[in-house]
Ligand binder design. Structure first.
Ligand code: HEM
Length: 328
């Protein structure tokens, strides 16, 4: 082979390899290999909701915490092992993330219908959509074709997942670090329209905000009184409060009117509306005044989040057990 044709051949090979790693996700990825994947996932989420009204909220949060750490690659699902330091034990996840048993049930069912085909990372994306639509929220066409990681990144989970008390500018930076903008931040925060939070994650706002010895001045007074009852000063930090005080288990746009009424539960929620001069305020107002606008933005932002650095092509693997790397 001449040196010029060798260069062309190498360039072609490189282009092919790059194409492999950048391959686009697709809504029809499993249409021939596992055509019923969505209805199987939907059915199991629906069944789980019968005994646990909160489970949909817990499942969408898993997808978020997966995608923010090395991309949407199922890394959050791996248990501790000799080679894995589980993300489950990172600060944002430990004693907080839940729903892993439901993911395992989904995996078991899919392995019997279409063995070795559907990734755990895609299960999280499909379960997130099912959870939102079953709670009355928007539906969207989930893009698929992610593969599963063979590693976890506990340190990454500690640094990349936003904390509720770190302030709007840091949180905005963490979204921007994964390619998500301010509209994505406000829309996706709207997932706090359902689910619960533990007292320990917002109690500083109720009694001693930022070391002031007083409550967060942005909390509306009757809501403050209610929250102080739910979370007494020397009570259990694991007691739960609804993230959306008006419609706790429904996916709607009331989260945004709560913010307008100074009734956001987490500091990170209320700051979207209460930070003077912030670009987030007008977005909150627009989602609060028009649920359709919120639903459309939410669906688009879920697709954006689901596109964070997926493993595709021949990268990664299809785990047969979401908790373990194959062969380990
Ligand atoms: C903007 C930054 C965010 C922060 C600081 C944040 C923080 C939190 C915290 C502290 C909790 C309570 C956890 C517990 O009590 O154990 C929570 C729950 C939740 N988060 Fe977020 N979150 C953020 C964004 C998101 C996003 C982007 C989504 C999904 C798209 C999401 C979905 C949820 C859901 C549904 C729950 C309730 C889970 C359950 O009931 O099990 N959050 N979040």
């Amino acid at each position: 082979m001449s040196s010029s044709s060798l260069i062309v051949a190498t360039a072609l090979l490189l282009a092919l390899l790059l194409e492999g790693s950048n391959a686009q996700l697709s809504a029809t990825f499993y249409s021939s290999t596992c055509p019923n994947v969505s209805s199987i996932v939907n059915g199991i989420v629906q069944q789980a909701l019968q005994s646990d009204v909160r489970i949909g909220a817990s499942l969408i949060r898993l997808h978020f915490h997966d995608c923010f750490v090395n991309g949407c690659d199922g890394s959050i699902l791996l248990d501790d092992s000799s080679s894995i330091q589980s993300e489950k034990n990172a600060a944002p996840n430990v004693n907080s993330t839940r729903g892993f048993d439901v993911v395992d049930n989904i995996k078991t069912s899919l392995e019997s219908s279409c063995p070795g085909v559907v990734s755990c990372a895609d299960i999280l994306a499909i379960a997130a959509e099912a959870s939102v639509s079953l709670a009355g929220g928007p539906t969207w066409s989930v893009l698929l074709g992610r593969r599963d990681s063979t590693t976890a990144n506990q340190a990454g989970a500690n640094t990349s997942i936003p904390s509720p008390s770190e302030g709007l500018s840091n949180i905005t930076s963490k979204f921007s670090a994964v390619g998500l903008d301010t509209t994505d931040l406000v829309a996706l925060s709207g997932a706090h329209t359902f689910g619960r939070a533990q007292c320990r994650l917002f109690i500083n706002r109720l009694y001693n905000f930022s070391g002031t010895g007083s409550p967060d001045p942005t909390i509306e007074s009757s809501y403050l009184a209610t929250l102080q009852q739910t979370c007494p000063q020397n009570g259990s930090g694991t007691t739960l409060a609804n993230l959306d005080r008006t419609t706790a288990d429904t996916f709607d746009n009331n989260y945004f009117s709560n913010l307008q009424n100074n009734q956001g539960l987490l500091q990170s929620d209320q700051e979207l509306f209460s930070t003077t001069g912030s670009a987030t305020i007008s977005i909150v107002n627009s989602f609060s005044s028009n649920q359709t606008t919120f639903f459309q933005s939410f669906a688009q932002s879920m697709i954006n989040m689901g596109n964070i650095s997926p493993l595709t092509g021949s990268n990664g693997e299809i785990r047969s057990d979401c908790k373990k790397v194959n062969g380990s």
